[in-house]
Structures are given as structure tokens and as C-alpha cells.
Write a new protein. Structure first.
Length: 280
């Protein structure tokens, strides 16, 4: 759990979990006994207590009633956890990223958040939210940059990324922004921080045509997956569904260029953008 504690905004999950364990222990109940009273499994209670699972509002309310805690779990959820700077459907996944030992991503149109530069993230945010305040834009960019800190230092997860060629060719923020973004990806590949391959246009149809895909592996928990479209996302934790997602990722790997050829394509696209930036 030490990796998760590096995220101060997610420390509220740990506070919520610690409080749950303290209240349960005070009553002398096992995790299974408490789980039955609030209609979840004992294993789920254990995952909440260790901050592996993100608390939910309806469960917080049930726990307050069963444990007679005068609304503390609901208040912590509404005032702290619900206010974390991510879309509601992504908050749990952002936490799981901090615990993962291995991350595998497929990005069909946009550079994954963990690899985005600030200028690229800013351009993406403005494109999707043209009428928001500058403060909102800067807060969103800052949150994305903070999230990417899980890739810094010796405890970072093993990180595999498959980009569709769309990501290289769709100009986001102008040629200078694109050049910087692709150059940074190439630099991180050369530094051994991430392994990136590219599915070229020539590959045609592929195994994840309808959205992005993220796979997460953990040291002491089953693997999970996550898929996302423009307006929603879904955590995948059913073992059979995760197995299907892993198979789709394997098929994407087969469709992708080799790491060396992918890096050459990224370098070439970056140089094209850099050349265009110099002439404009």
C-alpha cells in the first residue's frame, strides 16, 4: 500500500478504510460478518479497509447505519472522496494505477494521460471543453501531471503502450505541441521507462475498434481492466471479462509494428511536426 500513499489526494481512501477497520474491530466483527450485514462479501470489506477498492456512496450510507457512526462514512465520501479531480467513472482506476506492478494500454486516438505533456493535455482539455474557465483547464492539466508522477522513481510499474497511428497523425495543439509530445515519448522509450509500439493504418481493422483499453496487474490481487469512450468508462474485474480483454491486447500486439519500427515512425512524425513548426 506504500505506492498508493504517494498520492495525497487519494489518502482519503486510506482514511476511510482505516476508520472502517477500527469501527469493525471495536465491535468484534469479522470482515465476513460485517459484509453480510451490508450485502457485500468479506473480501470486499477487506479490499476497502486496505484502500484497494474505492468507497461507494450507497455502501457508506449502509455502513453508517449498521455501525452507528453518525454519518462519518457518508461525510468523508461526499466531502473528500467525491471531490477528487477525476471523472467519476475514472476515480477508482486512477487509484488502482498507483498500486499496479504492470500497466498495458491501447490508445486509439489520444496519447495516454500518463504520457501526455502539459501542453498536449491543455489542448485536449480545451478541445473537449471550449466554454470552461482557464482555472478549470489549469486544474485539469495539473491533475493529469500529478497523476503521471506514478511513473517517476524506482517503484514505477512496468509500462507497455500500444498507439494507433491516429495518435501520431491527428494534430493536437499545433505542430510544435505535437513535436514536443512525440519527442518526449521517444525519449522515454529510449530511457527504458515505457515500451511503445504502433498499430499502423496498413493493419486495417483491429481488436479494440470501439475504444481505449487498459490492463492492470498487481502483486497481491487479481488483474483488472478498464475501457473508455468519450463520455464514460468501465472497470473490468470479472475474471472472464478480463481474460477477453487480455486476449484483445494480445491481438493488438500482433497487429503492431516492432518496437524498433514503431520508434522510427514516432521519430519521423515528430520531425515532420518540428519541420512544420519551424516554417509557420
Amino acid at each position: 500500500m506504500a505506492k498508493g500513499s504517494k498520492e495525497p489526494k487519494l489518502a482519503t481512501w486510506k482514511f476511510w478504510g482505516d476508520e472502517l477497520k477500527e469501527r469493525r474491530d471495536a465491535l468484534g466483527w469479522t470482515q465476513d460478518e460485517l459484509g453480510k450485514k451490508v450485502f457485500v462479501s468479506g473480501a470486499y470489506i477487506g479490499q476497502l479497509e486496505t484502500a484497494f477498492r474505492r468507497p461507494q456512496l450507497d455502501l457508506s450510507i449502509r455502513l453508517d447505519a449498521i455501525l452507528q457512526t453518525d454519518g462519518i462514512f457518508e461525510r468523508v465520501y461526499r466531502n473528500l472522496i467525491e471531490m477528487l479531480p477525476y471523472a467519476q467513472y475514472f476515480k477508482h482506476v486512477a487509484h488502482l494505477e498507483t498500486l499496479a506492478t504492470k500497466l498495458c494500454e491501447f490508445a486509439p486516438t489520444v496519447v495516454p494521460g500518463l504520457l501526455q505533456t502539459a501542453e498536449y493535455a491543455r489542448a485536449v482539455t480545451i478541445a473537449a471543453n471550449p466554454f470552461v474557465t482557464q482555472e478549470y483547464v489549469e486544474e485539469t492539466v495539473a491533475s493529469r501531471m500529478e497523476r503521471s508522477q506514478i511513473m517517476a522513481g524506482p517503484t514505477r510499474p512496468e509500462y507497455w503502450v500500444i498507439l494507433h497511428e491516429n495518435v501520431l497523425r491527428v494534430e493536437v495543439g499545433g505542430p510544435a505541441v505535437m513535436a514536443e509530445q512525440l519527442e518526449q515519448i521517444a525519449a522515454r522509450v529510449r530511457a527504458g521507462e515505457v515500451l511503445v509500439t504502433v498499430v499502423p493504418y496498413a493493419a486495417g481493422a483491429h481488436a479494440s475498434m470501439t475504444g481505449s483499453l487498459k490492463l492492470l496487474e498487481f502483486e497481491n490481487a487479481p488483474p483488472a481492466g478498464y475501457t473508455e469512450t468519450a463520455f464514460s468508462g468501465m472497470l473490468l474485474d470479472d475474471p472472464e471479462v478480463v481474460k477477453r480483454a487480455q486476449r484483445a491486447y494480445d491481438l493488438l500486439r500482433v497487429a503492431a509494428l516492432s518496437p524498433a519500427a514503431s520508434l522510427a515512425l514516432i521519430d519521423s512524425a515528430a520531425e515532420d511536426y518540428r519541420r512544420c513548426a519551424r516554417t509557420t
